[in-house]
Write a protein that binds this ligand. Structure first.
Ligand code: AVI
Length: 322
């Protein structure tokens, strides 16, 4: 695609104000309160996330990129020629660029991304770098059913690409539901390539979510700022604090916004009282062992066909099939 073909091909299903408001009202009614981490990614949130990936403490991105560089030839052989690559939560598309260069004559690329700003940036760049691949971008929340655009040239199979351990941002049942939807989207001979952060020294993991420069804290708080702007809530940003702790039994980072005083927040005509010290869950980042990951995908009718691991810090790529 040329850049303008790629932008013309955009399917725009970005969540609207009513959708976001409904999700937030639901989350605020739970105990403990819970806000969906997908709403981190407005234009500023996506930019802050890119900044997180460059912090010295945040090992996952650079570890996965190096692993991809090391094994992309093997991945290309395992996947075969002429695939339609579909990426869930494509962000900046930096990893995909490597993958697309390594694959044999990929037919088309469909990035699915909730942040329209991040999507348009990455598509413009990729269309220029890889003009032979048909770009079929979709701005959408990939947890909701999305009808995928069909490439002009018939692909041999679909390859779903889900890097970055974004799967880890889903609670167990949601992860199974998503993997199940992915299995259906893949089709009978489709494949999925998933990046997963592996369990390791809790101190290393916790440091990655509490960088010294405070970028992760700014990223977490940006959620409230975004909601204030887009759905008219009145969260007081100065009265919530970022907290990220690793739960060893649950194999996950639990990121919370902690209310530093008793306060009342208004959203869409409703009010919500927070006690001093009350914590609202805003994100999980699950880490995996070989056993926990194999068990998870099995619940969705998938199995690991090939795996590649970076040793230290530990991070994995898993090629899944039905
Ligand atoms: C996108 N996702 C996999 C990141 C993670 O590590 O869970 C988001 C993130 N949250 C805080 N730092 C990075």
């Amino acid at each position: 695609s040329t850049v303008s073909d790629a932008l013309d091909a955009l399917t725009d299903l970005q969540p609207d104000r009513a959708r976001i408001t409904a999700d937030i009202l639901h989350g605020l009614s739970l105990q403990p309160r819970q806000l969906p981490s997908k709403y981190f990614y407005d234009a500023r949130g996506s930019a802050l996330f890119e900044q997180i990936t460059r912090q010295p403490e945040y090992y996952p991105t650079r570890t996965e990129l190096q692993l991809l560089r090391d094994v992309s030839g093997e991945i290309a052989r395992a996947v075969g020629p002429r695939v339609h690559v579909v990426e869930l939560g494509s962000g900046s598309g930096r990893k995909t660029e490597h993958l697309l260069h390594a694959l044999v004559e990929p037919v088309a690329y469909t990035p699915i991304e909730i942040s329209r700003a991040a999507l348009l940036d990455s598509v413009a760049r990729l269309a220029e770098a890889l003009p032979d691949i048909e770009m079929l971008p979709v701005c959408a929340d990939f947890t909701r059913p999305v009808e995928l655009p069909e490439p002009q040239n018939e692909p041999a199979r679909r390859l779903l690409f889900f890097p970055g351990s974004t799967l880890g941002n889903f609670a167990h049942d949601d992860a199974v539901a998503l993997l199940d939807a992915m299995r259906q989207t893949m089709g009978p001979n489709g494949l999925a390539l998933i990046g997963i952060d592996l369990h390791k020294d809790p101190a290393l993991i916790e440091a990655a979510y509490n960088d010294a420069a405070g970028v992760t804290a700014a990223f977490t708080l940006n959620l409230l700022q975004r909601l204030n702007r887009e759905i008219g809530s009145d969260f007081d940003l100065a009265s919530f604090q970022h907290r990220a702790r690793y739960s060893v039994p649950r194999l996950r980072i639990e990121t919370e916004l902690v209310s530093t005083r008793a306060q009342r927040v208004h959203v869409a005509g409703r009010s919500f009282d927070f006690a001093k010290g009350e914590a609202m869950t805003v994100e999980y980042s699950h880490k995996y062992t070989d056993a926990s990951f194999a068990a998870l995908v099995a619940e969705a009718g998938l199995r690991v066909r090939t795996q590649w691991d970076a040793a230290s810090p530990a991070f994995g790529l898993r090629l899944l099939q039905r």
